[in-house]
Design a binder for this molecule. Sequence first.
Ligand code: SAM
Length: 246
Amino acid sequence: MGLAARFTVNKMRFDILTLFPEMFPGYLSQSILNKSINRGLVEIHVHNLRDWTTDRHQKMDDRPFGGGPGMILMVEPVVRCVREVQTMSDTPGQVILLTPQGQTWDQTKVEELAEAKTRYILLCGRYEGFDQRVIDILNPLEISIGDFVLNGGEVAAMVLVDSLVRMIPGVLGDEMSSWDDSFSRGNRLLEYPQYTRPREFEGREVPSTLLGGNHAAIERWRKQKSLENTRIRRSDLLPDDEKTDP
Ligand code: SAM
């Protein structure tokens, strides 16, 4: 992998705006994310949207004008919160509003954003979502993690954090991982099959090419398996010149 393949960002800051801040510490205190925070590569600040309400009951939601089910997150505390949080660091950051109506999050977007931004403000919705004026005023990037409806944006925010931090050089043990992974910059295909010890289990042996130590042959095998895998499972990902059957 040449230097050009490395992401230039060396640190990311996330500000997560939510009605349920308690949902995050467990997740953030584990594994790669926790290590990245301890090594100063990632900073995560979780803010309770309710802290930006001004009334005695800390009211964050109200019934929709025009009627209908559920409650809507009110524009005033949300806009106030985002504006104040933006001033908490040198750069205002990219505001991202989690919504099933947004652009679908995929690896290409992860990489584009990781290349362009170092700070992210993630707005987690609840109930029936945000008052439309939150979007009109803040002009956030609206992101969906898929065509289904979650109860809230918190899990979606974790998905964004998790996928973005992998792009910071040094977060993964081996930077080639994020290059070769399925959908990633290496080739945008599905990854090849992987094996580890033992060499044989219940009569199933590891392919001999992977045991021979011939790196060029291993490389060829993996490329071919990656193409086969993609052809079978996700032919939509194949480049045009690979779309016809071999
Ligand atoms: N009424 C909204 C609609 O139909 O578009 C759905 C609201 S949903 C029950 C509550 C919150 O969960 C949303 O405001 C959003 O923050 C989050 N959410 C739900 N599905 C999501 C998805 N697929 N991607 C990202 N966030 C999602």
